[in-house]
Design a protein around this ligand. Structure first.
Ligand code: HGY
Ligand code: MN
Ligand code: MN
Length: 400
C-alpha cells in the first residue's frame, strides 16, 4: 500500500471522533469519551500490527516493536498526542501519531530490522484543554508534575481532576513518574504539523526544531459589584468586565513592547447574564517570549496590570526555554539532506522530555494556512507523505 492511501485510511478511522459539525473543528479532551475512543483506536491498530501495548504510570499509551528493555539506549520512540484544543484542527497531534504508525509499518513490511526496539507513544492531555496544564502526560511521566499538583486541578466544568480520572477506571493517586517507561526512551522524535508560516516562507515541506520559546499560563480574577444593567448609572458601576477589557488591552500592548506574544483566549464571567453587571471575571493568559528574561519582564507587567485592577496573578504552569538535542538533530539534518531548522513558540511533549535529559528532536510538516489550534489548520497530502518518508529515513538512519 502506498503512503498516501495508508495515511488517509488512518485519518479516516478517527475523522468523526470529537468533530463539531458546525465549526469543523475537534473537541478531543483528556479523559472524555472521545479520548477513550481515540485510545481504543490506537491500542487496536497497534495490536493488529503486532505491537505490544502498555500504559505507563502517567497514563500515556505505548506500542513497542521488539523488546524495549533489551538495549534501551538504541530504542527509538516516535509519536505525539491525539487530544485537541477546543475546536482544534485535525493535524495538531494526530499527524505525529499516524505518520509514525505509517512509517514504522511500511518499513517493517519491507523487512526492516531495527537495531533497538521501536516505540510509538500517544501522550495523554498534551493540550491541557481540560485541566489547564499543557503536556500533562509527559509532565507526570517525568515527575515534573506530581499528585500534589494533580489533586488541585479541576476541569472546565469545575469537576476535580481526581474525580474525572477515577470515573474512567484509573486510580488518580497512582499517577506518577515512571522510571521504567522513561528508561525505555533511547531517543524521541516527534513529527508535528507546523503552527506558523516559516516553512511556507522557506518553501520547504519539512523542517526541524531548534528550540521552543519559554512560555507559561497564568490566571487572575477581577471582581466588581453586581447590579442592574438598566438602572445603574455608568459613574456608579464597578464592572469587572470593563476592568477585564482594559487588562486585555494592557496585555497586548505589553507583549508588543517586549516583542513577545500574550493571549487571553479564555474569560469566564459570572453570573454571565445579559442584563446584569457581572460580579467577577476570571481571565487566563498564555504568554511566550524568545528568551526567559523577556518572558519574566512580560509576566511582571501582567502581574502589575492585574494588581492595578484589584486582581492577583496566579501562575498555572511555566515551561522553560527548551533546546533540542544537538547531536540527534544534527544526525537527522544529515539523514534528511539539510532541511531548514526553525524555532517554535508552541509547546510539545518532546520539549518536556528534552528538558528532562532525554535526547529528543522534532520534525515539522508545512501547514499551507499557517493556522493552528483552529478548524483552519491544514496539511497537504504531498507534504504529509514527505513527512512519513522522512520518518522512514530517520528510523533507518538511526536504528538501521
Ligand atoms: O499550546 C501549545 O503550545 C501546544 O500546542 N500544546
Ligand atoms: Mn497544540
Ligand atoms: Mn501538538
Amino acid at each position: 500500500m502506498n503512503v498516501s492511501t495508508y495515511l488517509s485510511e488512518l485519518f479516516a478511522q478517527i475523522a468523526d471522533i470529537g468533530r463539531d459539525e458546525e465549526t469543523g473543528g475537534y473537541r478531543r479532551f483528556a479523559y472524555s469519551d472521545e479520548d477513550r475512543r481515540l485510545r481504543a483506536f490506537f491500542a487496536q491498530t497497534m495490536e493488529k500490527l503486532g505491537f505490544t501495548i502498555s500504559v505507563d504510570a502517567a497514563n500515556n499509551q505505548w506500542a513497542w516493536w521488539g523488546d524495549p528493555d533489551r538495549d534501551p539506549e538504541h530504542n527509538l520512540v516516535l509519536g505525539s498526542h491525539l487530544d485537541s484544543v477546543p475546536d482544534g484542527g485535525a493535524f495538531d497531534g494526530p499527524l505525529g501519531v499516524l505518520s509514525a504508525i505509517c512509517a514504522v509499518e511500511l518499513l517493517l513490511g519491507e523487512g526492516f530490522h531495527p537495531k533497538g526496539a521501536v516505540g510509538i507513544v500517544n501522550f495523554i492531555d498534551e493540550e491541557g484543554a481540560r485541566f489547564g496544564v499543557a503536556c500533562l502526560g509527559s509532565r507526570v511521566l517525568t515527575g515534573e508534575t506530581t499528585f500534589a499538583r494533580l489533586r488541585q486541578l479541576s476541569d472546565y466544568a469545575g469537576r476535580p481532576f481526581v474525580e474525572v480520572v477515577a470515573s474512567t477506571g484509573v486510580d488518580p493517586t497512582e499517577l506518577r513518574r515512571d522510571e521504567l517507561a522513561l528508561s525505555r526512551i533511547g531517543r524521541f522524535v516527534e513529527l508535528h504539523i507546523e503552527q506558523g508560516h516559516q516553512l511556507i516562507n522557506l518553501d520547504s515541506p519539512l523542517g526541524l526544531a531548534s528550540f521552543i520559546w519559554p512560555h507559561g499560563r497564568w490566571s487572575t480574577i477581577l471582581t466588581g459589584v453586581p447590579n442592574h444593567a438598566g438602572t445603574t448609572p455608568l459613574a456608579e458601576r464597578d464592572d469587572p468586565v470593563i476592568k477585564a477589557a482594559h487588562f486585555v488591552l494592557d496585555l497586548a500592548a505589553s507583549a508588543e513592547k517586549h516583542e513577545a506574544v500574550a493571549t487571553c483566549g479564555k474569560i469566564v464571567v459570572e453570573p454571565n447574564a445579559v442584563n446584569a453587571i457581572a460580579s467577577k471575571a476570571q481571565l487566563w493568559v498564555d504568554a511566550r517570549a524568545e528568551d526567559t528574561d523577556t518572558l519574566d519582564r512580560l509576566a511582571a507587567d501582567i502581574a502589575r496590570f492585574a494588581g492595578g485592577y484589584g486582581g492577583t496573578l496566579m501562575n498555572e504552569s511555566l515551561t522553560p526555554a527548551t533546546v533540542f538535542d544537538r547531536p540527534l538533530t544534527e544526525a537527522i539534518v544529515s539523514i534528511l539532506g539539510h532541511p531548514p531548522v526553525i524555532s517554535t513558540g508552541a509547546g510539545h511533549d518532546a520539549g518536556i522530555l528534552a528538558t528532562h535529559g532525554i535526547p529528543s528532536a522534532m520534525l515539522f510538516v508545512r501547514n499551507p494556512t499557517g493556522v493552528s489550534h483552529s478548524p483552519l489548520e491544514r496539511a497537504n497530502m504531498e507534504d504529509m507523505v514527505a513527512g512519513v518518508e522522512a520518518l522512514m529515513r530517520v528510523i533507518q538512519g538511526l536504528s538501521g
